[in-house]
Write a protein that binds this ligand. Structure first.
Ligand SMILES: O=C(O)CCC(=O)C(=O)O
Length: 368
């Protein structure tokens, strides 16, 4: 997308009010294998910031010992599943009609060679691992515990867990391009939120920080996609090219002029700080230019949608299918434009509507 990457000059904007900070305490207890998170309430200032700008930060939201532990568990999982993550990258490049190309990749090296043959020579932005909550109880507990905060921020009474993803930005990985998340989902909803939880401290951008950078208010720019359907979003040609005065350049190529407000980030971030963004907020992150094998940046992003959100009938043909591996299993079981009831996309808020909250529900499909 057209906004320029900003490496050292991002505004460091922390919108959390002092009064709100004063009440920010997190309690975490562990009972057996179940981790109980007690998060602070989401204050009015944060709700306002999120609604207005499409993003905000929750400082000191999760206790850091829980995250240190989680990092170790997720790191092990990621090592075990590295080949799958590489295959997903190949799949994104070849598209969903050529599964046979992915199936010829039997090692990380095969995937790298295939990507090269397909012309992908730039550094990848990250390796991505979907839906760890289905395997790791601590992630599941965290995701379910975040349901109430998601409900407050989305301002909807019921919330569904959509997915989680580990974003592993290795040393020398490139920038994450500007994008919006909601166009990678099968849903027809404006109500989607992601909690982006770094599992490492993140320094200032000038010191190599790679937390998310946001484009304020882009989530409410209804006019941009309405008047300027992006060909790559809709998989169709933009007929405007036939109109008098129209050019082949697109509004999507000059987003930096459309959004003159400076990009916003919340770096540095401590372990326990979390950023939140709407599914329709433009965001990106810098490349990981740090040196040394211990400087990979790992973040866990947990995304929720309105509990009433329905899936679109055209989810297999329209939209960006980069996250297809995350949702295609359950989507095939769900009738579009109907209320969803599926174990892989559970209601997490309110607790009274949780259908799949314990192992006693044996009617649902297996998790993985
Ligand atoms: O971590 C990154 O660089 C990308 C993450 C992201 O785009 C997201 O969580 O929506």
């Amino acid at each position: 997308m057209g906004l320029h990457q900003v490496n050292n000059t991002n505004t460091n904007s922390d919108n959390t009010g002092a009064a709100e900070k004063a009440t920010t305490t997190t309690t975490t207890t562990t009972t057996g294998s179940t981790t109980k998170f007690g998060f602070p309430d989401i204050g009015l200032q944060t709700q306002l910031d999120y609604a207005r700008n499409g993003h905000s930060v929750l400082r000191n939201f999760i206790t850091d010992d829980k995250l240190t532990n989680l990092r170790m568990i997720l790191q092990d999982l990621a090592s075990d599943e590295e080949l799958k993550a590489w295959k997903q990258k190949v799949d994104v490049v070849v598209g969903n009609t050529k599964d046979d190309v992915v199936n010829t990749c039997h090692s990380v090296e095969d995937c790298q060679k295939t990507l090269q043959d397909l012309g992908v020579t730039a550094s990848l932005p990250f390796l991505q691992y979907f839906n760890t909550w289905r395997k790791i109880p601590a992630v599941r507990d965290l995701a379910f515990a975040l349901g109430e905060s998601a409900s407050t921020l989305l301002d909807v009474p019921t919330v569904r867990l959509y997915q989680d993803a580990i974003f592993w930005k290795r040393v020398k990985d490139g920038p994450t391009p500007w994008h919006v998340d909601a166009k990678m989902t099968p849903f027809d909803t404006s109500n989607m939120i992601t909690f982006w939880i770094p599992l490492d401290k993140i320094p200032y951008p000038k010191d190599g920080g790679t937390a998310l950078i946001f484009c304020p208010k882009s989530h409410v720019d209804f006019a941009l996609p309405y008047w300027n359907p992006a060909p790559e979003v809709n998989n169709v040609n933009n007929n405007n090219n036939n109109m008098k005065g129209a050019t082949t350049s697109s509004e999507w190529d000059r987003l930096d002029e459309r959004y003159p407000t400076k990009d916003v980030n919340y770096m540095p971030m401590n372990l326990g700080d979390v950023t939140i963004h709407s599914g329709w907020t433009l965001h990106c992150s810098n490349g990981n230019d740090r040196e040394g094998s211990h400087n990979d940046r790992i973040a866990l992003a947990i995304s929720f949608v309105d509990g009433d959100a329905e899936i679109r009938p055209d989810w297999q043909i329209i939209g960006d299918d980069e996250d297809r591996w995350s949702y295609q299993d359950w989507c095939k079981d769900v009738t579009p434009r109907t209320k969803i009831s599926h174990k892989l996309v559970p209601i997490v808020w309110p607790p009274s509507l949780r259908e799949n909250d314990d192992d006693s529900n044996n009617n649902s499909k297996n998790m993985v």
